[in-house]
Design a protein around this ligand. Structure first.
Ligand SMILES: [Zn+2]
Length: 356
């Protein structure tokens, strides 16, 4: 599969660029006016910063944001570090947005996160292009490629659709080159930057409310806000996410949608996802044996007898299969410090399917 070019040169300065600068200034003025007006009218509303937050219990939405940030940052790290080996790598910026309007009480969400409009920054991955441009959590996104959110992406019904449309728009822009983002930190003047993407395996990471499991649907890794792995240390949690990501990398959801969910083959797909875990961890700079640790912690409680005779191996067997990969990873690490699983990992499911 051809991959998109790794980088693009910026366009030469031109009349169009100059026009863009003028347009950007007018645009900024247009953005600033309501802020200045509302700041003048609201006055003391911004004083809440002085409230002592040391020993309060964070509200549920803040806890949700903390968990989704953890998931997103870790997912970004796994997806970008393994990009050289992923088919169909995409470009990502390390920016996760959310839409206040998609929550039960949009005004409360805007107030809680100090957003000046609906589209907030839910998370930013450390050292990502978005972070380096200065975008921070709970900034408000005002425009994408010069298009005002309010004008080009009005509220939708169902309400969750808008944030998906915006994520798609940013991804599509990054596939073509840098994306221009205009954002605002609380009442500060809006800022605009061109943000370039970095290659990543094509999986999105999303926290899902009220669920307790983790799943992969081919394009996304979905983690319930009550998933036990969220309480584990970072590397063990990363192992759980790597397992789900492995299902997407190995195209398991797509394969089973085609051939049907045959129990014996599903079992092999689970084993493959387990065995790919430590490879993905190694490349992202985690200790690959965290995959073994994860299974030892998670397995006895959640991977036990229910699955034993069905889709999954017993957790103790799963530990053995994962541990057996560690020396193979060690042997595969190249001079660049990466373990190329696209060449060195042997999929049992693929072998079985090829056998037929
Ligand atoms: Zn699985």
């Amino acid at each position: 599969m051809p991959r998109p070019p790794v980088s693009r040169l910026p366009k030469p300065a031109s009349m169009r660029a100059r026009f863009k600068t003028i347009r950007a200034r007018l645009f900024l003025l247009r953005l600033l006016l309501p802020t200045l007006l509302s700041a003048a009218l609201a006055g003391p509303a911004f004083a809440e910063k002085t409230v002592n937050t040391a020993d309060r219990t964070p509200p549920p939405l803040e806890l949700f944001q903390q968990s989704e940030t953890r998931l997103f940052q870790l997912g970004y790290r796994l997806a970008t570090a393994n990009a050289p080996f992923c088919d169909r790598a995409i470009k990502v910026s390390g920016l996760l947005i959310h839409d206040a309007d998609s929550y039960g009480d949009p005004a409360a969400v805007r107030r809680l996160f100090h957003l000046s409009d609906d589209i907030g920054v839910q998370a930013v991955a450390p050292q990502s292009p978005a972070a380096l441009a200065g975008i921070r959590q709970n900034d408000t996104i005002l425009a994408i490629d010069g298009k005002l959110i309010a004008d080009h992406w009005p509220r939708t019904d169902p309400r969750w659709q808008r944030s998906f449309a915006l994520r798609d728009a940013i991804d599509a822009a990054l596939a073509r080159g840098p994306v221009e983002i205009t954002w605002q930190t609380q009442a500060e003047p809006p800022r605009t930057a061109m943000i370039d993407g970095v290659p990543a395996c094509p999986t999105r990471f999303e926290l899902v409310d009220s669920k307790a499991n983790a799943a992969a649907d081919g394009k996304r890794v979905l983690v319930g806000e009550k998933f036990p792995g969220l309480a584990y240390d970072e590397a063990a949690f990363a192992a759980a996410i790597a397992h789900e990501m492995a299902h997407n990398i190995l195209r398991h959801p797509q394969t089973f949608r085609e051939i049907g969910w045959k129990r014996r083959l599903v079992r092999l797909s689970e084993r493959d996802a387990d065995r790919l875990m430590p490879w993905l961890l190694e490349n992202a700079g985690y200790d690959p044996s965290a995959a073994v640790r994860f299974m030892r912690t998670w397995g006895p409680r959640h991977g036990g007898w229910i699955f034993r005779s069905r889709d999954h191996d017993g957790w103790d067997e799963r530990v053995e299969f994962i541990a057996a990969e560690l020396p193979k990873i060690e042997a595969a690490i190249d001079t660049g410090g990466k373990a190329d699983w696209s060449r060195n990992f042997e999929s049992e499911l693929s072998a079985k399917l090829a056998d037929k």
